[in-house]
Design a protein around this ligand. Structure first.
Ligand SMILES: Cc1ncc(COP(=O)(O)O)c(C=O)c1O
Length: 388
């Protein structure tokens, strides 16, 4: 079985697992235990991980709040910002191609009386900055635009979007789950306020993530803007009161190591993975008619390819790819045609007849060649069998 679904999740790197293991057994302490060595050791591991994660995104380590993953980080950012800014406005802005972990918290806020603008995208998959600008008003408290899409891999103009939000007094959140560790991402260069990330997309474990929360700066930055969000989980006051709950020490230690490895290996990995992606596209293009690439190739994650096929039944396509693990959309919404592809203008049938390839750290050229041959054979066979 060949795994080409690295946007859904990634395997834990052996070096990450090695870092995690002691914290399940001999170093099992609670990081909040201040009175003995077991607690100190666990706390040291957390603080090391905090530095490693912060370094990957160019942040100060005090701005990193550990969570159970990006779904929780997105909920904390969006609901926490809305609650904290209730008296400043009544409006939030996002984009139709966001992950459900952004869209659904916003829907919840809408049901509680907030106004939410969900902007469309063009067929490239990118948001139009003039439309974004027009949507943000003095009543807007938060704008949320993802850094890289989890289905079509396109990279949104985050820096420009954040500047537009700030020019009207709104805070800016980005779900950067798919971008961080794959393409350069620096919270100061982009000037973003809230950033969601997760370990299991960067060869770390599932169940560990973080929200970057920009604190009012003590440095001489041009703007001294900082954000203070309302906690959504109350209890022991962990994570500077922003996320109570005993910390997942093995998971977070693994997250830190995964971040460190991603940072060190990103330049060479990005080049290698882009090469494999282009090789896959070329091989598919040479052997398969009626194929289009979904979303622009000009601003895209190195390891992403998303293509759709004319005149193919999507379900038959996926079933026939029995030894190549790919998907037709996000793992969590697999039953529906992808809302992302429909937003690009594809019909529901065409969206179903789409494949998302996610190339990753362990992918080889031989695997890519095999997958391309297999897809091309399956598409040819299904077309030959089809009455239309
Ligand atoms: C863009 C994006 N946001 C959020 C999530 C949710 O992250 P988690 O699985 O850590 O909750 C995912 C992946 O599952 C994702 O791809």
């Amino acid at each position: 079985m060949i795994y080409l679904d690295h946007h859904a999740t990634t395997p834990v790197d052996a070096r990450v697992l090695e870092t995690m293991l002691p914290f399940f057994t001999e170093r099992f302490g609670n990081a909040a235990s201040k009175q003995h060595r077991f607690g100190w050791e666990a706390n040291d591991a957390i603080e090391r991980a905090r530095k490693q994660v912060a370094s990957l995104i160019g942040a100060g380590s005090k701005d990193v709040v550990f969570t159970s993953g990006a779904t929780e980080a997105n909920n904390l950012a969006i609901k926490g910002a809305a609650e904290a800014r209730r008296s400043d406005g009544d409006h939030l802005v996002t984009v139709v191609t966001e992950h459900k972990a952004v869209l659904d918290p916003l829907k919840r806020l809408e049901s509680e009386g907030w106004r939410v603008t969900v902007l469309p995208v063009s067929s490239s998959g990118l948001v139009d900055l003039a439309e974004l600008d027009a949507a943000i008003t003095a009543r807007t408290v938060l704008v949320s635009v993802m850094a890289a899409n989890n289905e079509i891999g396109v990279l949104q103009p985050i820096k420009e979007a954040a500047a537009l939000a700030h020019s009207k007094g709104a805070w800016f959140h980005t779900d950067a789950v798919q971008a961080v560790g794959k393409v350069p991402f620096d919270v100061d260069a982009l000037d973003v306020d809230l950033v969601s990330i997760t370990a299991h997309k960067i060869y770390g474990p599932k169940g560990a993530g973080a929200l970057y929360v920009r604190r009012p700066s003590t440095s001489l930055r041009a703007s001294n803007r900082g954000v203070k969000i309302a906690a959504q989980m109350d209890g022991g006051g962990h994570e500077r009161g922003m996320r109570s709950g005993t910390l997942n020490v093995p998971g977070i230690a693994g997250f830190g190591r995964a971040a460190e490895l991603a940072q060190a290996e990103m330049p060479s990995e990005a080049t290698r993975v882009t090469g494999l992606r282009d090789r896959l596209l070329e091989a598919l293009g040479a052997t398969t008619d009626g194929m289009t690439v979904n979303g622009t190739l000009d601003a895209r994650l190195p390891g992403n390819l998303n293509v759709s096929f004319e005149g193919i039944d999507g379900e038959a396509l996926l079933v026939s790819l029995d030894d190549v693990a790919v998907s037709s959309g996000a793992a969590c919404t697999a039953a529906e045609p992808s809302h992302v592809l429909v937003a690009l203008g594809l019909s529901k049938d065409r969206a179903r007849a789409s494949l998302r390839f996610g190339i990753g750290r362990t992918t080889t050229a031989a695997e890519v060649d095999y997958a391309a041959r297999k897809v091309s054979d399956v598409v040819t066979r299904l077309r030959a069998m089809s009455p239309v």
